[in-house]
Design a protein around this ligand. Sequence first.
Ligand code: RTP
Ligand code: MG
Length: 152
Amino acid sequence: MANTREHTFIMVKHDGVQRGLIGEIIRRFENRGFKLVAIKSVQATRAQLEVHYEDHKGKNYFESLLGYGSSGPAIAMVWEGHGVITAGRSILGATDPIKAQPGTIRGDYATAIGRNVVHGSDSEKAAKREIDVWFKPEEILTWHRAGAQHLH
Ligand code: RTP
Ligand code: MG
């Protein structure tokens, strides 16, 4: 039985907000049939970003993830649906936008790896940890989206 309650954490990073891409990013997930179960604007703190990006501690770009990430508002979201973690990653495209396929968000809107517009969880474990950083359990809503995701 397919897990239609699978969740992923998607964030429009501060550069995506600056670029006016919030609506475009939401539209791509909605069009694909996924369900938005939580959303808010956040002013990320360095402490939140340290947990969110804990796998990148020690990398030479870690400080810029924290510095730029905490420099202005971002949009935090939880999307739900069968296969949403994997599908979300392909909607985003490759980490380095130069290598991202046209048709993906990064392939259509970005050129710099440090300004790649959007974040998406890369595993179930990461999704759980990231959702926990940005949302309280009661902020994640349960609702039925008629017509979407009815066959697996
Ligand atoms: P994200 O976590 O933001 O969805 O990106 P991702 O999985 O595609 O890439 P990841 O390896 O998790 O890296 C997290 C973010 O760190 C920045 N980065 N810079 N070599 C570099 O300069 C470098 N490598 C990674 C990117 O902004 C990337 O999205
Ligand atoms: Mg990542």
